[in-house]
Design a protein around this ligand. Structure first.
Ligand SMILES: Cc1cc2nc3c(=O)[nH]c(=O)nc-3n(C[C@H](O)[C@H](O)[C@H](O)COP(=O)(O)OP(=O)(O)OC[C@H]3O[C@@H](n4cnc5c(N)ncnc54)[C@H](O)[C@@H]3O)c2cc1C
Length: 572
């Protein structure tokens, strides 16, 4: 059986759900051989899929192997190093980086396919590659020409890796509590402080969020006054910088991904972007990383689903394969639909990010061959608001789906799924972290709620209504259910307004409802081009729109005493 890493959902999206003509026209003008470009993308992803199948085979049986700290050097297990070398050998690292520095300038959509494949093959390895490209992307966007020339070609060649140093013991979700200090001395910058839980902390380039010494006391407790600093392990003159890995953590999963404690002892660093305004620059990297972690979650879920499906076909109980048991069939179907939904939201969000990047490139150019600039500017602003709304939703659903799907994967394996050597168990242990790092699910839900209150919800629902209007005639029954779902959401909104704490209390349900209606429309759009997808779309709509109605009713009731009851139940 084909390994299916570069799978039909990705191909359908690339072939039918992206307006490549408009994208390339905005980005580069006329005279582009679009078919040839798309063929190159397909070829990159096809090669990546083959290599990922090889990486997956090489990783089997090595899941427990831990990262080690040897004389201050972080050593990843051999299968991780081998996987990295395979991708690097094929030139498949830092794919989104501009060709000016040796990258492919790959759209985010294609990069998310790449990350999903690598995650399915070996999710620990994915953390290293995802951060490498993210860090390089931030240097490309915020670094001086000198920094770009110094570091980016080495990132593209795979010689340099990167990490993102935010978390401190007292500053996790609350980055306003960051205490690491950056001081300017005669035009040079030096970082002092400690960071914890830093993925790939043994890499050559650290992007550190540190509090500017000049405004240290005034800015304490806020995300103002933070600067984003590029702190290299080796200084430009070839001497070693005073940044050190002091510990490597043992974890319940992603054993092959280094998680490090870092000390900066007056380490020299270089400013990225504006001094004191580093949180904004870091947000770019974090948003890109959130999209990456959503893809990571989907990759793990896909691996777990495939394993569970094949086990259910083989395992015989009561004289027949367990897949014939309605309850097992239902679990597997829920897993498949969950993955479908998370993918649909991620892919369409990525396509919107790509189009918006192309719009920005066009607006920044002197060209005027792609339509009314004022209208394009408005479209850009509207898209940016939607991207701020949908990015946390992608992270939230992609990772929550990963934990649900992998949990069901264990259940389908029965007792053997609970054994230490069970791959089903490994997937679940790996999946859980995705709901925690790059901002927990609770933080993503709160971010989405904040964007929603700024008007993004109405923009999103207007767009979904427009999509449904196009589908009404073809799929009247299905679209009727989705229209009802949208009405239920609208009816529930006054309930949310009663009290801010009540709105936050319901944030996850609100996210689920919005995701469900947006995804429902997307699945129908996909069924329009591939009728074989209609059965899954219909099942999704039937089960999820019922849930939307239920959540909406509960929210609409506006029972603000719920929080008081919780306080009593918990004895607080
Ligand atoms: C394996 C691993 C790798 C990591 N990699 C990196 C990395 O590369 N770089 C980096 O900088 N950090 C990294 N982290 C840190 C990670 O981003 C944080 O652990 C995460 O943001 C949560 O912070 P915390 O652990 O302090 O939890 P806390 O912030 O203490 O949260 C604890 C609980 O409270 C909830 N909570 C907190 N505040 C709120 C709120 N306002 N509303 C609702 N719920 C809330 C959280 O959702 C969570 O359930 C990594 C962590 C791990 C475990």
């Amino acid at each position: 059986m084909a390994h299916g890493f570069f799978h039909p959902d990705m191909k359908l999206f690339i072939d039918h759900r992206v307006d490549w003509t408009r994208y390339f026209h905005l980005l580069r003008g006329a005279d582009i051989e679009i078919d040839a470009e798309i063929e190159t993308y397909r070829s990159i992803l096809g090669t990546c899929g083959d290599i990922c199948a090889d990486i997956e085979a090489g990783a089997l049986g090595h899941w427990h192997e831990e990262v080690r700290l040897e004389d201050g050097i972080v050593a990843v297990p051999p299968h991780i190093a081998a996987g990295y070398d395979k991708l690097r050998g094929a030139g498949l690292v830092c794919l989104t980086l501009s060709p000016d520095f040796g990258g492919f300038g790959l759209p985010i959509l294609l990069n998310s396919h790449y990350l999903e494949m690598v995650s399915r093959a070996d999710t620990s390895l994915m953390t290293i590659l995802g951060l490498q490209a993210g860090v390089a992307g931030d240097i490309q966007k915020y670094g001086s020409d000198e920094l770009k020339q110094r570091y980016l070609p080495r990132f593209a060649a795979g010689e340099l890796q990167g990490c993102m140093d935010l978390t401190e013991p007292q500053a996790g979700s609350d980055l306003g509590a960051i205490a690491t200090r950056v001081t300017e001395e005669n035009g040079r910058y030096f970082v002092d402080g400690s960071k914890i839980f830093i993925t790939n902390g043994g890499s050559g380039v650290h992007l550190v969020l540190a509090r500017d010494g000049a405004t240290y006391d005034q800015s304490k407790g806020t995300t103002n006054g933070l600067s984003l600093m590029l702190c290299p392990v080796e200084l430009p003159d070839g001497t070693r910088n005073t940044v050190a890995v002091t510990r490597v953590e043992n974890k319940m999963g992603i054993h092959g991904s280094p998680t490090c404690a870092i000390e900066f002892d007056h380490a020299e660093a270089f400013l990225l972007g504006e001094r004191g305004n580093g949180f904004r620059a870091m947000l770019d990297l974090m948003n890109q990383a959130r999209i990456g972690v959503a893809a990571q979650g989907i990759g793990i879920a896909e691996a777990a689903f495939r394993k569970a499906r094949s086990y259910a076909l083989e395992r015989v109980q009561f004289g027949q394969p367990i897949v014939q048991q309605p309850l097992v069939k239902s679990m597997l179907t829920t897993m498949a639909l969950d993955i479908n939904a998370a993918r649909a939201l991620l892919y369409r969000t990525c396509a919107m990010i790509d189009l918006t990047d192309a719009l920005a490139a066009y607006l920044a150019s002197g060209r005027d061959d792609a339509g009314d600039r004022t209208a394009l500017q408005e479209e850009h602003e509207r898209n940016m608001a939607l991207i701020r709304f949908f990015t946390p939703l992608c992270k939230y659903i992609g990772t929550e789906v990963a934990t649900r799907v992998t949990r069901n994967g264990i259940q389908i394996h029965g007792g053997i799924g609970y054994m230490a050597e069970s791959v089903a168990g490994h997937y679940h242990s790996d999946a859980i972290i995705t709901t925690i790092y790059e901002g927990t699910s609770e933080i993503q839900a709160s971010f989405a709620l904040r964007e929603m209150s700024k008007g993004a919800l109405f923009t999103a629902l207007d767009a979904t209504n427009a999509e449904l209007a196009h589908l009404d005639e073809r799929f009247p029954e299905e679209t009727r259910h989705v229209h009802e779902g949208i009405k239920a959401i609208n009816d529930s909104l006054p309930g949310l307004m009663t009290d801010p704490s009540y709105a936050i209390l319901n944030a996850k349900h609100v996210c689920d409802m919005i995701i469900d209606v947006v995804v429902a429309a997307e699945l129908l759009l996909q069924a329009e081009v591939d009728p074989s997808k209609l059965v899954a779309a219909t099942s999704f709509i039937r089960s999820r729109m019922a849930m939307v109605g239920m959540h909406a009713k509960r929210i609409q009731a506006g029972d603000v005493t719920r929080l008081d009851r919780y306080t009593k139940i918990l004895g607080l």
